[in-house]
Design a binder for this molecule. Structure first.
Ligand SMILES: Cc1ncc(C[n+]2csc(CCOP(=O)(O)OP(=O)(O)O)c2C)c(N)n1
Length: 617
């Protein structure tokens, strides 16, 4: 039996293989993906769904001269395998290993470093415009999922591309799924296009080699005349894309390599922007992922036969602690509304959504819209809770400032995955929320040290009349068994000390307490303060606390520049206290486990203790 994966030189050899060989290759790729991701964890279901499309793209286009841009980039594993990185898959998402997203430093085949959704058409259009201006000649192909297509940026790009009329191929990989089932009007429209009767009927017609194919739209008729002659795809529906100036081709079977190749080759010959609508199945080839594509969207290491995770989760996560508490609050107060931007499970809202379907909104991958939508709800007397990962909230800076803070509306931002997140790396670490939120007028910014404090802060937010942000990390919601801050503007001393004081924010309280314990062995007495309220700061308390110490160390799970530590330093500038700020440097932080990263960047208990030892007078 042939072993195509190890015996060939890809992507070049894809161009020499026949369709039967390519199909056999697709089986090998799926086996490899399941085996490999079951050991490392990663985005399995999306990659299983895009095997044939990736083969077809690299076969039909002259990569890396032609540029393929993967939207989000979580589905780029097959692309990585076919572009010289198969041997590295044992290190996928591990510290020092290859990334789970495209990385220009890894390969010339990766055009951009991506991780956030809905950017591929804009990026592609920019490349295409530059190519035209420079008189160069290469193809640009943006591959975007139907989930990513719910993001506003994608429409801005489509609108722009239609009017620029440059050569750009957009491949819409439609599997009907975002992480959970995809939502919204476009999703409904795509669903209608591919709905059983019509799509199946059309596929049958294609198979029979029918030559008369209905075509809608003048521009499409002229542009696709030859396509219509040779390959028997219908150009139906897709009106939205046509109206925006695209030639729409589809739907095509995204698992039929021959059909895909014929379509891509023809599309490559057309002028102006073209959108190919490929229908795929998320999780294809691994029955467990086919049945539960949401579970296998992003998964830790698992047993291939049973599909069960290899590692047991330890205790309740912050996400589910948040979701459970909000569900309880909603039981008592019918103004409570929960909003997610396509991350219902990730942010812990699946229970809330089941129990209160009318008070839960999945708005699609549309963080900016989720915030302004919440502002509307709040204005009309509701109490919206926008649950979002820290790094994705970056998308909504302007909406938070203008639509929520300026109006002083009671919208609460429940910011999950704040701090480093681990294996997803640069694009997903949540290191910037503190610095931009703490400068926003009217905004209260809170950071719980543990699960009970998160609950207390959520209760507080419901009583508050203005915007509130509560940020908490990825991982288990610990219980330190200590007093909890349940209002804005509070800091709490958790441990007395004489030689140095550690002022810690949120998740950094635990390592700060551990550092103080470690220092006891050196007869250094360190105090610990929980800066529970980042904005407003408990200025009076902190000013007084600073008087008692010659050395003060601040620790936060965010970038130092513009962070809480710098605010504390400014506050105590007149005092005779040496202040050292610990946090993340102004650089993009790589992937690795949270523990590896805290240690490397000096934010674990041992490193905090070392800083105190070295600086004590
Ligand atoms: C701005 C932003 N918000 C949320 C996410 C999280 N996210 C990653 S993939 C994904 C779903 C993408 O669905 P789709 O584009 O259809 O790809 P599929 O996984 O179904 O192939 C989401 C919500 C993100 N990467 N970026």
């Amino acid at each position: 039996m042939s072993n195509y994966l190890s015996e060939h030189n890809f992507p070049e050899d894809l161009r020499k293989m026949d369709y039967d060989q390519l199909e056999l290759l697709s089986y090998e790729l799926r086996d490899f993906l399941v085996e490999s991701v079951s050991k490392t964890g990663g985005h399995l279901a999306s990659n299983l769904g895009i095997v044939e499309l990736t083969i077809a793209l690299h076969r039909c286009f002259d990569t890396p001269r032609d540029k393929i841009i993967w939207d989000v980039g979580h589905q780029s594993y097959v692309h990585k395998i076919l572009t010289g990185r198969m041997q590295d898959f044992g290190s996928l998402r591990k510290y020092g290993g290859i990334s789970g997203f495209p990385k220009t430093c890894e390969s010339e085949y990766d055009v951009f470093d991506t991780g956030h959704s809905s950017t591929s058409i804009s990026l592609g259009l920019g490349l295409a415009a530059a190519r035209d201006m420079k008189g160069e000649d290469y193809k640009v192909i943006s591959v975007i999922g139907d989930g990513a297509m719910t993001g506003g940026l994608a429409y801005e790009a489509l609108n722009n591309a239609g009017s620029m009329n440059t050569d750009l191929i957009v491949v819409l990989n439609d599997n009907g799924m975002s992480i959970s089932r995809n939502i919204g009007g476009l999703s409904g429209s795509l669903g209608r296009i591919t709905s059983t009767d019509k799509y199946v009927h059309m596929k049958t017609k294609v198979k029979k080699g029918l030559s008369k194919v209905p075509v809608v739209g003048e521009s499409v008729i002229s542009g696709l005349h030859n396509v219509k002659e040779d390959i028997k795809y219908t150009v139906i529906d897709g009106i939205l894309f046509e109206e925006l100036g695209f030639k729409y081709i589809g739907p095509v079977d995204g698992h039929d390599i021959k059909e895909l190749c014929e379509t891509l080759e023809r599309a490559g010959k057309l002028k102006g922007p073209v959108l190919i609508h490929a229908v795929t199945q998320k999780g294809k080839g691994y029955s467990k992922a086919e049945k539960q594509p949401n579970v296998y969207h992003g998964i830790g290491a698992f047993d291939v036969d049973s599909g069960k995770p290899l590692k047991k989760t330890s205790g309740e996560s912050y996400s589910s602690a948040f979701g459970n508490k909000l569900t309880q609050m909603a039981d008592k107060d019918d103004r409570v509304i929960a909003i997610s931007a396509a991350m219902t499970d990730g942010v812990g809202l699946e229970g809330f959504c089941r129990k209160n379907p009318k008070r839960f909104f999945d708005v699609g991958i549309a963080e900016g819209h989720s915030v302004t939508f919440a502002a509307g709800l709040a204005k009309a007397g509701m109490r919206p809770y926008v649950a979002v990962y820290s790094s994705f909230l970056q998308r909504a800076y302007d909406q938070i400032l203008e639509d929520v803070c300026l109006q002083n509306l009671p919208v609460t931002f429940c910011i999950d995955r704040a701090g480093v997140v681990g294996a997803d790396g640069e694009t997903h670490h949540g290191l910037f929320d503190l610095i931009y939120l703490r400068s926003m007028p009217n905004m209260t910014v809170l950071a719980p040290k543990d699960g009970p404090e998160l609950e207390a802060m959520l209760e507080f937010s419901l009583k508050s009349d203005g915007p509130c942000a509560i940020r908490y990390p990825r991982g288990t919601a610990i219980d330190l068994g200590m007093e909890c801050a349940d209002s804005a503007g509070r800091s709490i001393r958790l441990r007395d000390g004489a030689d140095a004081d550690i002022w810690a924010v949120g998740s950094m309280v635990k390592p700060a307490l551990e550092a103080a314990e470690l220092l006891m062995a050196d007869r250094i007495s360190a105090g610990v303060v929980n800066i529970a309220s980042v904005s407003p700061l408990d200025e009076a308390f902190l000013m007084e606390a600073a008087d008692d110490f010659a050395l003060l160390v601040t620790v936060e799970d965010g970038v130092v520049t513009g962070g809480v530590g710098e605010a504390a330093k400014a506050l105590t500038a007149e005092k005779d206290t040496k202040v050292i700020n610990l946090g993340w440097p102004d650089q993009f932080i790589e992937h690795g486990t949270q523990e590896q990263l805290y240690q490397k960047y000096g934010l674990d208990a041992g490193s905090i203790a070392d800083v105190i030892r070295q600086n004590i007078r």
